[in-house]
Design a protein around this ligand. Structure first.
Ligand code: F6P
Length: 556
């Protein structure tokens, strides 16, 4: 039976009929006025009712188009879809990634060192800890200046070569945690290379010294052509600059991180310089594994472990907190309400902190690669919406770009405003700290205006139409106490679990990504004519026409 047939889904559809015509302005009007007489209970505000906190993170859902009834109906839906049972299956290592016949155990990567989790009668926490110890010794050697390049000089520059989950997580975390100090005197220059066309690496290599640069080749599969072609370019650069043999370069200038040790060895990375992880860690869930090596190099191993602890705290919260207090469950279920019942299919991620500039790209992969599906776990096509289109940008910059559409366009968009409350400790009363206050003021102003529209500004309802604001765009504000490795770990785990919650309701497997495979295969076919190999197969007229145009332009 499709989830659409469940009584809870049907009840939500009915409830949506009334809520569709209810404006957020009216929901806020039902609040007790702040200037009500002292004997009136003012605690029953929308904010009090619909904000949830676990200490580090506060999620304000009061600007969502919900009532208490909405939440209780969503709770019923989560129960009908057996969310609790799915949570157990996730955490216990059940084979829930059925199309690839494996568990999804990213949560195991952040278990405390003395925990036990048995997979095939083996405690995988011992493997995870051994791996962390190996990573830790590499980090210590590099930080101590003991990892030396071919000429004997210590490494001072790291280039992570990877793409998708082998790039976005470490890239995002290194920027987000750029204020977290690595151990004294161990500041390394960090770079990230992902683009297949070589433009990033070409520009970068010109600025680097081959004697002191170490490349991390990050690829779960170690077959991704984007990554291997960048890695080959890096090795060729080292070779022509140094004139030394591959063997020495591979040993001194490359670390491999992969779930495929054989392939790392075939490429030439010696065993000692390999860090492994496991096929039960999905690429987009892998920053907690050795894929996080750049993070540990940037903030130190202790900072990396704090990040793991933060994520673990969110795991425990997700597992144990009741529906009413459960941050990822509420975030996920309110998303379901917006998408499936209020018909909102665009989602903007708006961090009000420049350090979170890569969070939108990270969440684009996490959410859309996980839940961008239209077949359910039983192998049937589904007839309801799943993952919306996600995009985003640093909020204040987006204000000067696409907020026009959010305020006055024709599309309904749901937004996540994400900001830390505290920043720039030690800079009290400086212009810099004022900038943080300015950013907070903008964050609050925008979510208020998006929710309330004209009614937020006295008299604006009399303005000419081009100056009117319709409001009623729902948003969640994610308030972080301050951005530390611990709270950052919580934030990312929050979104991982939100994605899982939604996958349970939609009955899709969020841990595979078959939709990316065929394009890779077809590109291999199309490479042949571009490399003048074999006669091309017959393509459609557009592809053939473009191919011929490219080839003739290349011979000019
Ligand atoms: O093609 C998509 C994908 O498989 C992502 O899921 C993954 O994060 C990325 O490519 C990189 O894969 P790998 O780490 O195996 O190089």
């Amino acid at each position: 039976m499709s989830v659409k047939e469940s009584p809870a889904w049907k009840a939500l559809e009915q409830h949506a009929d009334t809520m569709q015509s209810t404006h957020l302005r009216d929901l806020f009007l039902q609040d007790t006025p702040v200037d009500a007489p002292a004997n009136i209970d003012k605690t029953n505000s929308r904010f009090d009712t619909f904000s949830v906190s676990n200490g580090s993170l506060l999620l304000d859902f009061s600007k969502q188009r919900i009532t208490q009834t909405t939440l209780s109906l969503l709770k019923n839906l989560s129960r009908d879809c057996q969310l609790e049972r799915w949570k157990e299956r996730l955490f216990s290592g059940d084979t829930i990634n059925t199309s690839e016949n494996r568990p999804a155990l990213h949560t195991a990567l952040r278990l405390p060192y003395n925990s036990q989790l048995s997979l095939d009668n083996h405690n995988i926490v011992t493997d995870i800890q051994a791996n962390l110890a190996h990573m830790s010794s590499m980090v210590a050697r590099i930080h101590a200046g003991q990892w030396r390049g071919y000429s004997g000089l210590p490494i001072d520059t790291i280039v992570n070569i990877g793409v998708g989950g082998s790039d976005l997580g470490p890239l995002m975390a290194c920027k987000a945690l750029s204020d977290s100090q690595p151990p004294a005197g161990q500041q390394l220059k960090m770079h990230f290379v992902s683009s297949m066309d070589g433009s990033q690496i070409a520009n970068l290599l010109d600025q680097l010294s081959p004697t002191t640069t170490l490349f991390i080749i990050s690829s779960k599969s170690f077959t991704t052509i984007d990554t291997l072609s960048n890695a080959n370019t890096a090795r060729q650069w080292l070779k022509s600059a140094s004139g030394v043999k591959d063997e020495l370069l591979n040993r001194r200038h490359f670390i491999g991180v992969s779930a495929s040790p054989d392939k790392m060895s075939q490429w030439g990375i010696p065993e000692k310089s390999q860090l492994n992880f496991w096929d039960w860690t999905g690429g987009r869930y892998s920053l907690w594994s050795a894929i996080g090596l750049p993070i540990a190099l940037r903030i130190g191993m202790s900072g990396f472990k704090e990040m793991l602890s933060g994520a673990h705290a969110m795991d425990e919260h997700f597992k144990n907190a009741p529906f009413e207090e459960n941050l990822p469950v509420q975030l996920g279920m309110i998303g379901i309400w917006n998408i499936n019942f209020l018909n909102i299919h665009a989602h903007a991620i708006l961090p009000y902190d420049g350090r979170l500039s890569h969070l939108p790209a990270y969440l684009e992969q996490l959410e859309m690669e996980s839940n961008g599906k239209s077949a359910n776990r039983q192998g049937n096509s589904i007839d309801y919406h799943t993952c919306p289109i996600l995009w985003g940008e640093i909020g204040p910059n987006a204000q000067h770009a696409f907020y026009q559409l959010l305020h006055q366009g024709t599309e309904s968009v749901m937004c996540d405003f994400i900001t830390p409350a505290r920043r720039y400790d030690g800079f009290e009363n400086t212009e810099l700290q004022q900038q943080h206050q300015l950013s907070l003021a903008n964050c609050l102003a925008q979510s208020r205006l998006l929710a309330l529209g004209d009614s937020a500004i006295e008299g604006n309802d009399k303005a000419p139409i081009h100056k009117r604001y319709r409001g009623n765009q729902p948003s969640t504000t994610v308030l972080i106490d301050e951005l530390t490795p611990y709270s950052f770990g919580q934030l990312i785990a929050l979104y991982e679990h939100k994605v899982f919650v939604q996958s349970v309701i939609w009955e899709v497997n969020p841990f595979d990504q078959w939709g990316v495979e065929l394009g890779k295969k077809m590109a291999t076919e199309l490479l042949k004519p571009l490399l003048n190999e074999d006669a091309p197969a017959t393509f459609d007229s557009s592809t053939t026409g473009l191919l011929n145009s490219i080839l003739s332009l290349q011979t000019l």
